[in-house]
Ligand binder design. Structure first.
Ligand SMILES: [Zn+2]
Length: 335
């Protein structure tokens, strides 16, 4: 076992005790899916909404400056996503920020950005509009690299879906709707293009595919993901989030919205981090004993977590997760 901090253990114990008679966690007002759309929209904060059911979870911050949207879901659901955003914001969509390169997070970029309006009137400054005045799409340079293609090849996404503002530094920021927004690049977690988006006043963190509460995290070693980078990113999320302490009976504290699954509190993120770390340590230990991949698989390193997070068959099976950790640890081994 990975020893948890004493404070975390005490909080866990108290939460269990409080949970015995608390009315249960209700994450704001939730509207069930309507007939015309299979989307769910959840009010996480007075000016922050989450849209689920369009692929990856989508975050929407609203205010006088317009809407800031984190991830755009799949292409197919994009018109419905735009309709949901319109319901909560009479002001234009200004930004689409992508947490990673996957289709279920960037697929709606073109439709959502074109439904919006760039916040800066660049014409006035004698500069051309980007994307004909559409909302700005912000992502890491590696997301653009994945979405575009080398010259002469067909790119997997149309030009209008590509990020228009990319960055390589670890921290990009802006200040909109009365709050600081930090975009924190995670260089090698789920892929090499991930970013966490932290809304400082709303106290909401969009984690992207670094967390999927329904299964083991998808570590895409071929696209630059790594087990150590994944754990580093989870540690960053634990560090950004603050639980409701000392008033632990309040349903309060930072909200962490994963790429897929339900809204989390800091303790949930710490549990997920611990799970990933325990499995990493087991695989490391088995490799240290000279085991081959076949032997590591046979030793069942996800034991105790497989029922909750495992999947078989599926697009991301338990075996694929173990293989990714194995490959990642082999890559990082000193030679
Ligand atoms: Zn995803």
């Amino acid at each position: 076992m990975i020893p948890r901090s004493g404070a975390a253990s005490i909080v866990a114990a108290v939460l269990c005790w409080v949970g015995a008679f608390s009315p249960g966690s209700v994450e704001g007002r939730q509207r069930p899916p309507t007939a015309d759309s299979s989307l769910e929209i959840l009010q996480v904060r007075p000016n922050f909404f989450m849209i689920a059911g369009a692929g990856g979870n989508i975050g929407v911050q609203v205010g006088d400056d317009g809407a800031v949207v984190v991830d755009s879901g799949s292409a197919q659901m994009a018109p419905a996503v735009v309709a949901e955003i319109r319901k909560v914001s009479p002001r234009p969509i200004r930004y689409v920020i992508n947490t990673g390169p996957d289709t279920d997070h960037v697929g709606g970029n073109e439709v959502v950005a074109k439904a919006g309006l760039t916040i800066l009137n660049l014409n006035a400054a004698g500069l051309a509009f980007t994307h004909g005045g559409a909302a700005t799409i912000v992502a890491t340079e590696n997301v653009l690299a994945r979405m575009s293609a080398p010259t002469g090849e067909v790119s997997p996404f149309p030009l209008a879906a590509w990020p228009t503002e990319t960055f390589f530094e670890r921290r990009r920021y802006m200040y909109l709707n009365g709050e600081g927004i930090e975009i924190l690049r995670q260089p090698a977690a789920h892929t090499d293009g991930d970013a966490i988006v932290f809304f400082r006043r709303s106290d909401v963190v969009m984690a992207g595919d670094i967390i999927d509460t329904t299964r083991f995290p998808m570590i895409d070693v071929k696209r630059g993901g790594s087990i150590q980078g994944e754990i580093d990113a989870l540690n960053k999320l634990v560090e950004l989030a603050i639980p409701s302490i000392p008033l632990v009976w309040r349903d309060d504290g930072t909200r962490v919205i994963p790429g897929h699954g339900r809204v989390m509190h800091q303790l949930d993120v710490a549990d997920y981090r611990d799970m990933v770390t325990i499995i990493r340590d087991r695989v490391q230990n088995l490799i240290g004993r000279g085991m081959t991949l076949e032997q590591v698989r046979a030793a069942d390193p996800t034991q105790g977590f497989t029922r909750r997070y495992g999947a078989d068959p599926g697009p991301w099976t338990t075996t694929m997760f173990v293989d990714a950790i194995y490959a990642s640890l082999q890559q990082s081994r000193p030679r």
